[in-house]
Design a protein around this ligand. Sequence first.
Ligand SMILES: NC(=O)c1ccc[n+]([C@@H]2O[C@H](COP(=O)([O-])OP(=O)(O)OC[C@H]3O[C@@H](n4cnc5c(N)ncnc54)[C@H](OP(=O)(O)O)[C@@H]3O)[C@@H](O)[C@H]2O)c1
Length: 269
Amino acid sequence: MANGFPLEKCRAIITGASSGLGAEFARQLAPHAEWLVLVARRADALEEVKKSLAGPKTQVHCCVADLATDAGREAVTAFLDAHGLKPNLLVNNAGLGDYGTFASSAADKTRMQLELNMTALTMLTHALIPRLQRPGGIINISSLASTIPMPALAVYAATKSYVTSFSEALAVELAGEGITVTCVCPGPTPTNFSKTAKRADGTDTDREGQGLLRIPPSQVVSLALDGVSTGRASVFPGTGVTIAGSLFRLMPRWILRRVLRRRFNKGTV
Ligand SMILES: NC(=O)c1ccc[n+]([C@@H]2O[C@H](COP(=O)([O-])OP(=O)(O)OC[C@H]3O[C@@H](n4cnc5c(N)ncnc54)[C@H](OP(=O)(O)O)[C@@H]3O)[C@@H](O)[C@H]2O)c1
């Protein structure tokens, strides 16, 4: 286990900071931070978040970039270098899902999930490790979905399995270099995620039962920050999510598949 990343006077870059968990990371880090770089595609939404953080101490920069593209990812490192900004905390938070079966999915949305959830997180981490000041921190936002194959959310769950596996390996590799890597696996959290994951044709699967695991973004983020500051490699925010994550990982795969098949055939996931 790494020693933990001290949040005081942090210099953080947060992806997907224009809404949901990313905006909440900005709000909770601002009182501690020397500066923040907020990254997302929507300039107006980033400016709104920046305005809401108004305070005398923290400098806030907005970096508009589409992280699903090579050009967008390169724009982020170019922005840091052009402004002479040397971060010590990277929050890889931007991500999206797609509700519905794989066969009926739009190829563009599938590709965007792969690019954003996996490639952007990986390549940004790769570009920033040499630039991260020590002691440093990396928070990767995975999902409870990373612990199970999820029919009607198959690609998303698979991308998050990648994030969890990658993050846990990286935590071991970087512990000796003074960089704490914390993987966060939230359950259902009220943000814009569902709106973006829903399909335009309105077809969606019944996601009953998720309410039991739901906790607010403020709690997810405070537990994530507590995790990185105490050197935890993995955080499952909330008791329900912690129990569900353990059950899913311990359950024999054939039983899990049977449960998933029954729920899927009933039209519930
Ligand atoms: N909410 C949940 O139930 C839940 C559960 C588990 C894990 N998560 C994970 O939590 C993370 C944050 O999601 P959220 O729940 O806060 O959803 P959200 O409110 O939809 O936020 C997603 C953020 O990602 C940004 N983004 C999307 N596409 C982008 C792109 N191509 N380039 C740059 N930024 C992009 C969005 O900004 P722009 O649109 O301005 O680009 C937005 O700021 C995601 O990784 C998600 O998978 C969410």
